[in-house]
Design a binder for this molecule. Sequence first.
Ligand code: BGC
Length: 766
Amino acid sequence: MKKIFTTLAAIALVLPMVAQPKLNKDNIDEVLAAMTLEEKATLVVGSGWGSMIAGITGGSQILVSGAAGTTQAIPRLGIPNTVLADGPAGLRINPTREGTTRTFYCTGFPVGTAIASSWDVELVENMTKAMGNEVLEYGVDVLLAPGMNIHRNPLCGRNFEYFSEDPVLSGKISAAYVKGVQSNGVGVSIKHFAGNNQETARDHNDAQISQRALREIYLKNFEIAVKDADPWTVMSSYNKINGKYTQQSYDLLTKALREDWGFKGIVMTDWGAKDGTVDAVKAGNDLMEPGMPFETQRIVDAVNNGTLDVKDLDRNVRRLLEFIVRTPRFNGYKYSDKPDLKAHAAAARAAATESMVLLKNDDNVLPLKDVKNIALFGATSVDFVAGGTGSGNVNKAYVVNMVQGLENAGFKLDESLKDYYKKYVDFARIDARDIPNGGSVGILLGEAKIAEAPVAKSFVESKVAANDAAIVIIGRNSGESEDRRVEDDFDLSAAERSLLTNVCNAFHLAGKKVIVVLNIGGVIETASWKALPDAILCAWQPGQEGGDAVADVLTGKVNPSGKLPMTFPVQFVDHKSSFNFPLGNEPTGKSDFSFIGDDTRNTVNHVDFTKYEEGIFVGYRWFETFGKEVSYPFGFGLSYTTFDYSKPTVTVAKDGTVTAKVIVTNTGKVAGKEAVGLYVSAPAGGLEKPAKELKAFAKTRLLAPGESQTLTFSVKAYDLASFNEQANRWETAAGTYTFGFGRNVRDIPVSFQAVIKNAATFAVSK
Ligand code: BGC
């Protein structure tokens, strides 16, 4: 490294004599031609962890405290640093800074899984417009989001950041997200490209995925986001796919991403250096983040010794320059450090309410009627989970918990329960700060969830007389570097189970209702206990306004219209991927793994690979095709009103483009919105297909009772294609397709059959 600095210093002394171009959007070629090899190698490697810039620019300065990384500046050519910061549920920077009493809080928006549950692209775009404004106003150029890996298995620790088990839902929600953030003139980095479907061994796991499953499931959502929304950047993942690190895969980063999909931006690595920097440059991974001096040196050496063609480097440098001229920092934007947090809080609350999923509502117990006094049970009532941990955490000014939310809405909460949980959580937090995930890291990256408090049956019973109803809240948190567990996480803990049973028994005996609120980031087991309460509302991790948002739905101020973006299985083992998903991950990376089911091939005590043996049968594609029971199907979600579907039609244009329409009518007593999925079953004869696949979706506006709206769906022949591995191309079979208009994947009230006359094939880059 020293060598580079010495060389650069020498250049700086000599070059001012020569005319030096200063970068602008029209002279990129000229600037590229003026760059030395060392400068080129510097530009494609970030300046290190955080946003401390040093090295080539001399001295050290923190650009935006708490940002994840920067690109390096080359002042003599007018190339500034640019700043990159997390993350998916809002900007993650440090809330306080040395030398000032001012604060730099960001809005904690609902997590990815929540907003995908809205099935509402307009809502997502509006919410991320507000999110992107914070990126701009805090001096950041790229938001490292959205996280959009497919929910392959419920235990992935980062599923809360991600959207869905279905690539079309994930892809369309991502595209809306990208458009919203980028409408501010800042960029995003869609991540983690690709196959990062688990946290166990995430830095080296080899995701062994068939070409077909890769194209149709794990890449498809990225393809949709790239084609629909033109993200400025893509983040390659830590893992390998089929033996190759994604950041070193020319097939992935150049052939698929650029040649097939037309991506025009830059690819950056996920945070950390790997061997093979030069291979990454060749593959089209333009930027190494956070960047280490030895990576720069490797690139310089490789060009000098002929193992790297400078043309490959130039190609990446050109893309970096094209990226830089788009950024606010390059364009001298004077950021305020004062985004309108109040307005953004309102956007977060609105998005949270639209994303909640009503799973059960016997006797229309919700919205709450004639309820004033509430017995609120569960440590999560105080220890509310706004969002997950790790880089997906947001440093928000406050979190409205359930106690505050219900009180703000005018309910009277049982004082002794309030007191009990507050004390329990305060003590447990002190304990938690002593564990590795707590302490200052805990504060910056979010804190681990506290276990449920023990509550005696007699204490529960003593709460019945004075209260009109009970609410039990169940919470979960998870995050980066660690997958979830089956015991006490996917499954309820013994304390939760006994709480739920005792509350339901005691309150039901007195004819009083019990509502369960799920404050979770991913799927939990529901089949064994869902008969107990009268209503279940899945609030997800709804962001900083969570308590108020839950109250909005419980009171009926907002009629819930969210639907599940994934299947809730009966048991964890029902997912096909559960047979090879690594269990027993330790946060320390210890290799004490065990596996369930009859697959013994992976039962080594170290995870090097994960065989995606289920192929394309991920999520509902598995449950529907093989007729498996589920607890709640993909797309499930109730409303306080009812909807009728009528007059389905499907027309097929000459080029195979399908236009499908259905009329949705609000047949109930209150206004509401309905999301409809277009589920397609293909004719026999082509490649083997899942029983049904979501190919498009739409949501009505708020329909008054009796009001109707026609929803229109458009599907291209290419969207119906499957990937033929032997022929290395996409194929759409001719024949009769069934287009089902579904409330969810299992409840399809109307459908329409239409013929695709001509088979079609679509080539991919060879
Ligand atoms: C995460 C990324 C994140 C990056 C920067 C990595 O550990 O996987 O999602 O953007 O850190 O914080």
